[in-house]
Ligand binder design. Structure first.
Ligand code: ACO
Length: 325
């Protein structure tokens, strides 16, 4: 059949590093607490002038260059983000213009940290049905813009960044083999942007309080440990594979304990799990494509390898895909 192969990849993270030691000077926390509870050592912070679009443009240009295509060959741009430059128009349209992808349709997709795997699934479907031959899928977020840097329970977790892939049609035995998408909106208020409703309903006078991200960490933790394993197992079954067939797990980078639990559930040793959250923290929709680009650039991905991409996030939402490299 007709499948979507990943033919290009790219990633970008901002220059500015915020270490655990820096955070020790900002809130009542310690490097020891952050490392043992999360595995994070440092994260990247977008400068005030740096936007989600700019980060995404760098990642996307790389992905297009590696694929070796002209941006005008792209049929679709799917931009997964919950931190768009503007709410209107879509950041996907701004990126489409930056790239000169003049033939491409473009839209944003909001599924928080699950967004990239959602976007990959959408792009793969367009290709499988023949509706598109080449799709750019981007995951990019500047979540630290919405982080309350006086709240130690959230400010240690997040970082900024962007990742992108080019999907192209193939009839070879490679590409996106299966996907599982999930959502449980009853958990919506476990992780949300506080104060945004007030901002939208403000009549003339803007509220004095800035919107900030709020999170029930332990609720999200319990949920994520469950769905990461379950979604990955379902995606593997849908691909007609067994756990033994999996060569590499590329999980959303939120917390090392969550990743370890998912790996254990799948029976995967540490060397079959990609981890970079020690350097970048949780970059939301960018985390999975940054890992994928890193693994590809490191030569860790070889033809025929079976990868499992799995993510969870606000929604609550989750998504998993099996990709044959
Ligand atoms: N430094 C020091 N102490 C802290 C910090 C900190 N940065 N943060 C919390 N604590 C304290 C708490 O106040 C609490 O103290 P108390 O016992 O006196 O009340 C104690 O540490 C334990 O807190 P818990 O919340 O129980 O710690 P836990 O082990 O659950 O770890 C964490 C918290 C890291 C947030 C964890 O729950 C987690 O990772 N949850 C998942 C969050 C997540 O992945 N969110 C992103 C989803 S993706 C998206 O869509 C954006």
């Amino acid at each position: 059949g007709r499948r979507a192969a990943i033919t290009g990849w790219g990633a970008y993270v901002p220059e500015q590093v915020l270490t655990n030691q820096d955070l020790e000077r900002m809130v009542d926390t310690s490097d020891e607490w952050i490392v043992t509870r999360t595995g994070i050592r440092e994260r990247r912070i977008a400068s005030p002038a740096e936007t989600t679009l700019q980060m995404a443009t760098i990642a996307a240009r790389r992905a297009v260059a590696i694929a070796g295509i002209d941006p005008r060959q792209l049929d679709l741009v799917v931009f997964a983000t919950v931190t768009p430059d503007l709410l209107m128009p879509a950041t996907a349209s701004l990126l489409q213009a930056e790239l000169g992808a003049t033939r491409a349709g473009a839209f944003d997709l909001a599924a928080a940290c699950s967004g990239f795997v959602y976007g990959l699934t959408v792009g793969a479907q367009f290709i499988a049905t023949g509706a598109a031959d080449a799709v750019l899928v981007v995951g990019a977020d500047a979540l630290t813009r919405w982080v309350d840097f006086t709240d130690r329970s959230t400010c240690v977790l997040f970082g900024d960044g962007a990742g992108a892939v080019v999907l192209q049609a193939t009839t070879a035995e490679e590409g996106v083999l299966s996907s599982v998408l999930g959502s449980d909106g009853t958990g919506a208020m476990h992780l949300y942007l506080d104060g945004f409703r007030e901002l939208l309903s403000a009549n003339g006078t803007l509220p004095s309080k800035r919107p900030y991200m709020r999170m029930q960490g332990s609720e999200v933790f319990r949920f994520s440990v469950r769905v990461m394993g379950e979604a990955a197992i379902e995606a593997i079954a849908r691909a007609g594979l067994r756990l033994d067939d999996i060569d590499l797990l590329i999980p959303h980078q939120a917390n090392l304990r969550i990743i370890d639990a998912a790996a254990k559930r799948l029976g995967l040793p540490a060397e079959k799990v990609w981890v970079n959250l020690d350097r970048y923290g949780n970059t939301s929709a960018a985390s999975v494509p940054i890992c994928l680009a890193e693994a590809a650039d490191a030569g860790a991905l070889r033809p025929g390898m079976n990868l499992v991409l799995v993510a969870f996030g606000a929604g609550l939402s989750w998504a998993a895909s099996v990709v044959r490299w």
